[in-house]
Design a protein. Structure first.
Length: 639
């Protein structure tokens, strides 16, 4: 108990110390506004204003802003499902930079760029994964056996042809050529850059499968090339006769290109790569490892504008024309590509970043596992796997398995997401439980950290408050002013009538229907039809009946604003319409008015003025409704 009291005293002391550093500038409806929040918005507003406001002017504007927010809170707008969902989305987006270690991310980016400067040759034998964990155990054991054979001196290329699930191994003996960073899964890439020439890796697991890798040569990065190609596909298992026929076709195409035929047209007509054929055979820029080794070697060996001999790959025959080349980009140009990749939750680096941050938080929040309990649990799993008896014992257990900060996580919480999981194989069950528990702990730490961001980062707190208040301000203003004004037809009409003298025109206006037709004959038919229609459905009926033969709009335009109207009504010179397809035009049911007759004649202006009136009335109501206390002494300290 004494330790708890000391802890609370320490927290209270921190709170008081912070309060002393961050005094209250004003209190609105019982809600305090701190100096840090006011200063944050004041300086931000000052940077965005062309004409600078005085502190007193801004304080008055800020007070009204906070009064509107208070009104929104009083009406419970922050409790609606739509608000909560939208705000939570914003909060997660704003929190994201605080939930990672920027130094660690920079390290990963630099690692990727440093690797990109060097191309490494690598061969591999790949065994595809299954969705079945037990099958994967058997596949992993097979990979271990193959590696043992290689370590005893078995020929890598021959083993790749016999066992690899990578079909290109039948042609290249597992040699995928030179690779660079960001092309392959991180585990594969890391192993490739660590291997020395001729060295055999341990079994490397990626999302795709299990790999046994062999190191090769190294060379400086060659940059990227831009090429176009013609491809003739050779289906897997083709007979020698079928392949000979395809080879003859590619040779014939090659002769045409050597004799000056247009590469774009030949690719469009004959290439079996239909995606690139639509662009004349053009492929995106690519560098090391992006293409199969034979294609890569041929493309980089060419000079700009040069055409290759037919090249055989595991897909078929290719003729390649090199269009351009460029060196490795700068780090700043390279950075966005790395950011895109590591922000993808399917990339292994994404997992590494989360785990690294969780490890930091575990240390900061003094996270501890209940080792005695976990030893007991793992012993049970090692004996029986995870079965019904295991679930019966732990699914609703209140035993604490994990603690951090002032939080205690029980076994029932830890088991909440694996209630249905059962596996009688102890090894698989153990692997699953350990992985799940680690993830459970990491998620708990990350979720807790997210709740602490406002406390730890004042700038984040200010940003979150700004977003929240901005959302509330928009919603309450929409209800009280903007939407209300646009929907209040009676109020608009009354406002217009009371302030009719404020809405004057300097030029006469024409109000009516402007019709454009494709020719005189259609125009005459439309004129006849117009006389038969009521005004309520006139526009839609004419558009439906005459379709693409007519353009019809209800207009209200001042003299000089529309050349066709000026010609018809005011005797101005005839005009050629901008759309020559509708060169016959006339007006129907039009009048010339010198001032607005009804609210619809100046609706935009009236609506704006009516909104201003509603807002002023609302502000006066707020000043009476919600008490405001301003700390003038602290306000004057703002710079």
């Amino acid at each position: 108990m004494k330790s708890k009291l000391l802890l609370l005293a320490g927290v209270a002391g921190c709170t008081l110390a912070w309060a002393a550093k961050d005094p209250v500038i004003m209190t609105i409806n019982g809600e305090d506004v701190t100096k840090s929040e006011f200063e944050y918005l004041y300086h931000k507003n000052s940077q965005q204003q062309i004409g600078q406001q005085t502190l007193d002017e801004y304080a008055e504007m800020f007070k009204i802003y906070k009064l509107k927010v208070a009104d929104a809170l009083a009406e419970g707008l922050d409790t609606t499902k739509s608000f909560k969902n939208e705000f939570e989305g914003y909060r997660k987006e704003l929190a994201a930079p605080y939930m990672v270690d920027s130094v660690y991310i920079q390290k990963l980016m630099k690692e990727a760029y440093d690797r990109a400067k060097v191309e490494v040759e690598v061969s591999h034998i790949m065994l595809n994964k299954s969705r079945n964990p037990q099958e994967n155990m058997a596949i992993r054991q097979k990979a271990d056996s193959l590696r043992n054979e290689l370590m005893k001196g078995a020929d890598f290329a021959e083993m790749a042809r016999r066992y690899s699930d990578d079909r290109s191994a039948q042609i290249n003996g597992g040699n995928i050529g030179f690779v660079t960073s960001l092309l392959y899964p991180y585990q594969f890439e890391t192993a490739a850059y660590k291997l020395k020439k001729g060295e055999i890796s341990e079994v490397v697991e990626t999302v795709y499968g299990f790999h046994i890798m062999k190191g090769g040569e190294r060379r400086a990065a060659r940059g990227k090339v831009l090429v176009q190609h013609v491809m003739k596909l050779v289906p897997q298992g083709s007979s020698p006769e079928a392949e000979a026929k395809i080879k003859a076709e590619i040779d014939s195409i090659h002769d045409l290109l050597k004799n000056g035929a247009d590469f774009d047209k030949i690719a469009a007509s004959f290439s079996d790569d239909k995606n690139s054929a639509r662009q004349g055979g053009k492929l995106p820029w690519f560098g090391a490892g992006a293409m199969v080794i034979e294609f890569d070697q041929a493309a980089f060996a060419l000079k700009n504008g040069e055409i290759s001999e037919p090249v055989r790959t595991s897909y078929g025959w290719h003729i390649i024309k090199r269009l351009d080349g460029k060196p490795l980009e700068s780090f700043e140009e390279f950075r966005p590509k790395v950011e895109t990749i590591i922000n993808n939750n399917k990339d292994y680096r994404f997992k590494m970043i989360r785990e690294q941050k969780a490890a930091q938080l575990a240390k900061e929040y003094k996270a501890k596992e209940n080792k005695a309990l976990l030893s007991q649990i793992r012993a049970e799993i090692a004996a029986n796997g995870i079965d019904s008896a295991f679930h019966a014992k732990y699914d609703k257990s209140d035993e604490v398995v994990f603690t951090y900060a002032d939080k205690k996580m029980t076994m029932s919480e830890a088991m909440s997401r694996i209630l249905r999981y059962k596996n009688s194989d102890p090894k698989i069950a153990m692997e699953y439980f350990n992985g799940y528990l680690a993830n459970f702990e990491n998620v708990a730490l990350m979720n807790y950290e997210e709740t602490q961001l406002e406390r730890k980062h004042p700038e984040f707190k200010n940003l979150i408050n700004e977003y929240r208040d901005g959302m509330l301000l928009f919603e309450v203003s929409n209800r009280k002013v903007w939407e209300k004004a646009s929907r209040d037809e009676e109020g608009l009409k009354k406002f217009f009538e009371q302030n009719h003298a404020d809405y004057r025109w300097t030029a006469p206006h024409v109000k009516g229907y402007l019709i454009q037709a494709k020719n005189d004959s259609i125009a005459k038919v439309i004129e006849t039809r117009l006389s038969e229609l009521g005004k309520d459905t006139l526009v839609t009926t004419i558009r439906d009946e005459f379709g693409n033969n007519v353009k019809i709009d209800k207009v209200l335009v001042a003299k000089g604003e529309n050349a066709m109207v000026d010609n018809i009504v005011f005797g101005a010179s005839p005009v050629k319409p901008a759309n020559s397809a509708f060169d016959t035009y006339f007006m129907y049911d039009f009048v010339v008015i010198n001032e607005p007759e009804e609210v619809d004649d100046v609706k935009g202006q009236v609506t704006g003025d009516y909104q201003n009136l509603l807002e002023q009335e609302w502000i006066e109501e707020l000043k009476v409704k919600y008490p405001v206390v301003i700390n003038e002494k602290e306000l004057k300290k703002i710079k």
